[in-house]
Design a protein around this ligand. Structure first.
Ligand SMILES: Cc1ncc(COP(=O)(O)O)c(C=O)c1O
Length: 395
C-alpha cells in the first residue's frame, strides 16, 4: 500500500543536497562553531526578507518567545521579569510553548477564544475581555501574543489597533508562518517583536532546534542580544539574568542554504492547498481552511489579500477520529494540532485567567485534522488523500 507521510525531510534534503552539503562543508573548514559567520549572514537575509530593522538568531522558537518577553519586561517595567499581576492575552489553541513562555517570563496568560473559521485569536473577543477585565482588576493586561496558526495571519489591523488604544505590546508568534503576509507586510514585522521557530518540520526548518527574534525596536534588539548570551554585552560581566540561547552556527548554515528555497516551497504548499480545496469543497460535514477575501478585509488599508503559507492544511469535521483512522488504515498520516487546549493543561492550573467561554477552542480540539502537506508531494498523492476522505464519507 502506498504510504503518504505528513512531511518527507529526506526528499527535501535530496532536493537541496548540493547547497546544504557545501554549507556544512564550509563550517567544517572554518571551525567557528560559536557565533560563526553564517549567523550574521542568516540574520541579514531574513532581516531584509521580513522587512525589519533587526533579526536575532536564537536557539529555538520557544527561546525566541521567552527572550522577547524578558526584553519587554525589562524595557517596560524596568524589572527582570513580569509578575503574576501582568496579564498577556493569547490563544488557548496553540502549541504549549506559547503559553509556557508567558509563565517563564513571570506573567499570567489570559486565554481568549478563537475564531471558529480560522482557529486564530478573535480580535472581537480581545476587545470584550479588555472591557470586562477593567471590572475584574485581577490582572493588568500588558500585552497581546497572537499566534499565526497553521501559517495564516491573525487580523493584525484589529490587534495592533487594540494594542495602541490600550498601550499594550504585541509579540507575534510566527513559529508556523515564515513568509506569510498580512496585507503585503511579512508577519513578524507588525508587533514589538516576532518570534520564529526553525524546528525541522517548520516551513523553514533546520537540522535541529533553532529560532529567531525580529524587531524594529533597537532597545529590544540589544536586550535580546544580551539575554541570549548570559545577560550581558560582555559575558564575563553581565547586567541581566540571561541564558545560553545562541543560534548554532551549523543550524544557521543549514537555514541559510534552505532559505534559497523558501518562496518556492511556500508556493508548492499553496498549490497543494489549492488541490485539497478543489477536491474537498463540495464535501458535506468537512470545513476547509478559510482565507479572508478582499471584501472581508477592513476598507481602511490597501486591499491586499493576506498570504497563507499553509504550514498545515487543517480541516474541521465532527467525524475527525473516524476519518483519521480510515486514512491511517489506507497508509495516510495525519496529525491533530492540537488535541488539548492550553487552559486544560495542568501547568496552567491556578496560573491563568480565562475571562470568557472558550467553546470554539474546545470544539477545535475535537474536530481539527491536519492533512499531509509535504512541499514535494505530487498532485496525485494530494488527490489520493482527498479521494480517500471522500470515499470514507461516501461523497
Ligand atoms: C505556535 C508555536 N509556538 C512556538 C513553538 C516553539 O518553537 P520551538 O519548537 O522551535 O521551540 C512552536 C513550534 O514548535 C509553535 O508551533
Amino acid at each position: 500500500m502506498k504510504q503518504i507521510s505528513m512531511l518527507d525531510l529526506k526528499s527535501e534534503y535530496e532536493y537541496m543536497k548540493q547547497d546544504i552539503d557545501s554549507a556544512i562543508k564550509r563550517c567544517l573548514e572554518h571551525q567557528k562553531w560559536i557565533f560563526g559567520p553564517e549567523i550574521g549572514e542568516f540574520e541579514e537575509v531574513t532581516r531584509a526578507y521580513i522587512g525589519v530593522k533587526h533579526c536575532i538568531g536564537v536557539s529555538s522558537g520557544t527561546d525566541a518567545l521567552v527572550l522577547s518577553l524578558r526584553a519587554l519586561a525589562i524595557q517596560r517595567k524596568g524589572e527582570e521579569y513580569f509578575d503574576r499581576n501582568d496579564g498577556i492575552i493569547t490563544t488557548p489553541f496553540t502549541f504549549t510553548a506559547t503559553g509556557d513562555a508567558i509563565l517563564r517570563a513571570g506573567a499570567t496568560p489570559v486565554f481568549v477564544d478563537i475564531d471558529p473559521l480560522t482557529c486564530n485569536m478573535d480580535a472581537r473577543k480581545i476587545k470584550e475581555y479588555l472591557i470586562s477585565l477593567r471590572d475584574l482588576r485581577s490582572v493588568r493586561i500588558v500585552g497581546i501574543l497572537p499566534v499565526h496558526l497553521y501559517g495564516q495571519a491573525c487580523n493584525m489591523d484589529e490587534i495592533t489597533a487594540i494594542a495602541e488604544e490600550h498601550d499594550l505590546f504585541v509579540l507575534e508568534d510566527v513559529a508556523q508562518a515564515f513568509g506569510a503576509t498580512w496585507k503585503g507586510g511579512k508577519l513578524g514585522s507588525f508587533g514589538s517583536c516576532g518570534a520564529f521557530s526553525f524546528f525541522p518540520s517548520k516551513n523553514l526548518g533546520g537540522f535541529g532546534d533553532a529560532g529567531m527574534v525580529a524587531t524594529n525596536d533597537d532597545a529590544i534588539a540589544e536586550l535580546v542580544r544580551m539575554l541570549l548570551k548570559h545577560g550581558g554585552k560582555d559575558k564575563y560581566n553581565v547586567d541581566h539574568i540571561g541564558y545560553n540561547s545562541r543560534l548554532d552556527t551549523l543550524q544557521a548554515a543549514v537555514l541559510l542554504a534552505k532559505f534559497k528555497y523558501i518562496d518556492e516551497f511556500n508556493e508548492r504548499r499553496k498549490q497543494i492547498a489549492r488541490i485539497y480545496t478543489e477536491e474537498l469543497s463540495e464535501v458535506k460535514g468537512v470545513s476547509l481552511p478559510t482565507a479572508p477575501t478582499k471584501s472581508s478585509l477592513a476598507a481602511n488599508s490597501p486591499q491586499i489579500v493576506p498570504e497563507h503559507v499553509f504550514h498545515q492544511y487543517t480541516i474541521c469535521t465532527p467525524r475527525r477520529d473516524e476519518i483519521q483512522s480510515y486514512l491511517r488504515e489506507n497508509g495516510i498520516s495525519t496529525m491533530v494540532y492540537y488535541p488539548i487546549p492550553l487552559h486544560r493543561m495542568k501547568v496552567f492550573e491556578g496560573r491563568m485567567e480565562t475571562p470568557g467561554h472558550l467553546g470554539n477552542a474546545e470544539r477545535a480540539v475535537r474536530e481539527v485534522l491536519s492533512l499531509p502537506i509535504e512541499p514535494l508531494q505530487s498532485s496525485e498523492d494530494t488527490q489520493h488523500v482527498a479521494h480517500t476522505i471522500r470515499q470514507f464519507l461516501g461523497q
